[in-house]
Design a protein around this ligand. Structure first.
Ligand SMILES: [Zn+2]
Length: 329
């Protein structure tokens, strides 16, 4: 196992990140490309194959030297069969047998895992959740994704679709979600929520400096801009972040009550707002969750950053190889 290498792919709605990774979670080579999402599954798969070739060339190895390929894919997929059922950020992806297609083209054992589940494993092996057995990984960015780890294993459910924590209903009358439901957690506590609320309040005439950061263009208002304005003391920006933070805390309380996790690891772009977003959310969770359960949970920021997807996919592959060889710890 010492020289084991896997090719890991983080397939996102806008970017494909590919890397050759060793058992220590170190990347020997890395390739970054654009996902041709609008062109449909065939074009995206072709882009993955081209990226894989570049990254193998960079590392100076042949596909035959790989132990496995692992693709972390967004949306609903079955890790057993390697079929991607549906993916809200990848148009046209319906029941795509991604595992078989890649195995056919590359001649290497291929694994498929949900991207947030991959990130959870990455944090468990190489990041903030080292040594944890029962924890929840939350990524808060455009939406909210999650990976639930119970007794050291990802809880995926019989179809492999479990862990969609961003789609727990927080407000039955809340905003419409991409999934078709109303008031899902991610419609209230994500970057998208922050952007939507900011634009609505500005359009309704709220007093704020936010537009000064976008040359007056309301369509350029996003979570990052709101955060920037909040750092400069803008009252509306601070209020909007507080609102998102409140809803984030409500969801945390639900997770703490349901799972009694020892640790919650929080990653994703919006978590970069930091204490202004997270500290008040922990307070809300404390007020709403069972006291004993809250007192036993630790919160940590994710450590793998943008590489969480690839490193996590690699961690999953090594784990599965280990299982196959009967030497996983
Ligand atoms: Zn939803």
């Amino acid at each position: 196992m010492a020289n084991s290498l896997v090719l890991a792919v983080d397939l996102g709605g806008s970017k494909i990140l590919t890397a050759v990774v060793n058992v220590k979670g170190e990347m020997l080579s890395r390739d970054h490309s654009i996902t041709p999402a609008a062109k449909g599954p065939e074009a995206v798969i072709q882009a993955i194959l081209e990226s894989a070739e570049r990254v193998l060339n960079q590392a100076g190895i042949a596909a035959t030297e790989l132990e496995a390929i692992c693709i972390g894919a967004p949306g609903l997929s079955n890790p057993e069969t390697g079929v991607v059922f549906a993916s809200p950020h990848l148009p046209g992806w319906e029941n795509v047998p991604l595992k078989h297609i890649i195995e056919d083209k590359m001649g290497v054992k291929t694994l498929i895992i949900n991207d947030a589940n991959a990130a959870a494993l990455g944090e468990m092996y190489f990041g903030a959740a080292k040594g944890a057995r029962d924890f929840i990984y939350i990524t808060i960015s455009t939406g909210i994704g999650g990976g639930i780890v119970i007794d050291g294993e990802i809880y995926a459910g019989p179809l492999g679709t479990a862990g969609e924590i961003g789609h727990m209903t927080i407000d039955t009358n809340g905003p419409k979600c991409n999934c078709g439901n109303n008031g899902c957690w991610e419609t209230l506590a994500s970057g998208t929520a922050l952007t939507r609320e900011a634009r609505q309040r500005i359009a309704a005439g709220a007093k704020t400096s936010i537009l000064e950061y976008t040359n007056g263009d309301i369509n350029k208002v996003n979570a990052e801009i709101v955060h920037k304005a909040a750092r400069q003391g803008d009252a509306l920006a601070k209020e909007l972040i507080a609102q998102v933070s409140y809803y984030f805390g409500v969801g945390l309380a639900n997770l703490i009550n349901i799972f009694n996790p020892e640790l919650i690891v929080i990653g994703g772009g919006l978590s970069n707002i930091g204490d202004r977003l997270l500290e008040p959310a922990y307070k809300v969770a404390e007020e709403r969750a069972y006291k004993v359960a809250f007192e036993s949970v630790r919160f940590a920021r994710a450590e793998l950053g943008r590489n969480s997807g690839v490193i996590g996919a690699a961690a999953y592959a090594f784990r599965e190889i280990g299982k196959a060889k009967g030497n996983v710890k």
